[in-house]
Design a protein around this ligand. Structure first.
Ligand code: PMP
Length: 367
């Protein structure tokens, strides 16, 4: 029994269930993939930046050699952009890789990580995969209860995962809450501030994790090119931390964890300010469009600062999800997160949002 012999903690895991791929549903429904709307994985509906695509084409000329294992160019640009030194940047194969590196470096059987109820599914996966215990703290109005999370920290806690904004709820906390949290977390407990969606919320009432790095050497800010930068398939994310923490992450990091196409595309994407601004504008407009549509259908939702929104049907949402799939609309069920009455919908293009709302209206009218 190889499951029984796996690292303790693996037995209680179930595999991460991603949004259904477009091609898979197209095959099932015998439909052209172009007829499918996928609003399930918080992807950027704009497609990648043309600058990133161009960088990838150039990079295709050299696929035989290993990529730069230190990612020097991308790290230098990120350091300049974020106002930190290169020694404070760690690159990951997506920001999921960063979460994994943290778990591998600091967690083990007998130790634990604290995170919130309704937090991102990879926190328990990364934690339990190394035999450590995950402590899920009850949420408050679907958001992080930072006070309760502080209280959950014990002598065996090595890591706290917090996300701002959070996925799948879209909830967020402000600068005062973060400051008071960081000020009270024991200095030898690492705090991973997961800012996968921060580009959508910049300038809003959310704190910028970078402002806290100098004062909190136990802080790790993780970010990604998968969302607002539109490069989810390339798998590139990064952590910003004290140099000492970055040194530890780099000791457990796989050599060449970020491929050359991803490195080049990420550099180019960082330079494309217009693309980022357009992503943000489209997201704001799409969020307003979905909220208006939900209001018209008499539905409630959790206000979100991400590129997705959790809508509440006040009854089991699984049949609604099934009916949407039958019509070629893929959204994300969040029953696995303990939110069985909700569906999480990523913000799409105006046309995708309209199609989703239209189909949803028909599904609900059927009862
Ligand atoms: N953190 C959060 C909160 C997320 O929602 C996601 C993507 N679903 C990630 C991290 C990981 O994204 P990636 O590995 O693509 O950077």
């Amino acid at each position: 029994d190889f499951l029984a012999r796996a690292v303790p903690g693996v037995q209680k895991l179930s595999p991460y269930v991603p949004g259904k791929p477009v091609d898979e549903l197209a095959r099932e429904l015998n439909l052209d993939p172009a007829g499918i709307v996928k609003l399930a994985s918080n992807e950027n509906p704009l497609g990648p930046s043309p600058k990133a695509l161009e960088a990838i084409r150039t990079e295709l000329a050299e696929l035989t050699r290993y990529p730069d294992g230190n990612g020097f160019e991308l790290k230098s640009r990120l350091a300049a952009r974020c106002g930190v030194s290169v020694a404070q940047v760690t690159l990951g194969n997506g920001s999921n890789d960063i979460l994994d590196l943290v778990a591998r470096a600091w967690l083990a059987p007998g130790l634990n990580a604290v995170f919130s109820q309704y937090a991102f599914a990879v926190y328990p996966i990364a934690t339990q995969a190394v035999g450590a215990q995950g402590k899920a703290v009850p949420a408050q109005a679907h958001g992080h209860d930072l006070q309760a999370m502080l209280a959950a920290i014990d002598g065996n806690t090595r890591v706290v995962f917090i996300a701002n904004p959070n996925n799948p709820t879209g909830t967020w906390f402000g600068p005062d809450a973060l400051e008071s949290f960081l000020g009270r977390v024991p200095q030898d407990v690492l705090v991973v501030l997961d800012e996968a969606y921060i580009e959508y919320a910049e300038g809003d009432e959310l704190p910028d994790g970078l402002d806290y790095l100098a004062r909190y050497p136990n802080l790790i800010v993780s970010r990604t090119f998968s969302k607002a930068y539109g490069l989810a398939s390339l798998r590139v994310g990064y952590a910003l931390s004290s140099p000492q923490v970055a040194d530890v992450l780099n000791r457990v990091r796989q050599p060449f964890n970020v491929n050359s196409l991803a490195l080049s595309a990420a550099c180019a994407a960082l330079d494309d300010a217009d693309y980022l601004a357009e992503s943000r504008r489209g997201n704001d407009a799409g969020m307003a469009q979905l909220e208006a549509g939900f209001a018209a259908l008499g539905l409630s939702w959790i206000p979100s600062k991400g590129n997705f929104i959790a809508v509440d049907f006040a009854r089991d949402a699984a049949p609604i999800n099934q009916a949407l799939l039958q019509e070629g609309v893929i959204v994300r069920p969040v029953g696995g997160y303990g939110m069985p009455t909700f569906l999480r919908v990523s913000i799409g293009t105006q046309a995708e949002n309209a199609r989703f709302l239209d189909v949803l209206g028909q599904v609900l009218a059927r009862g």
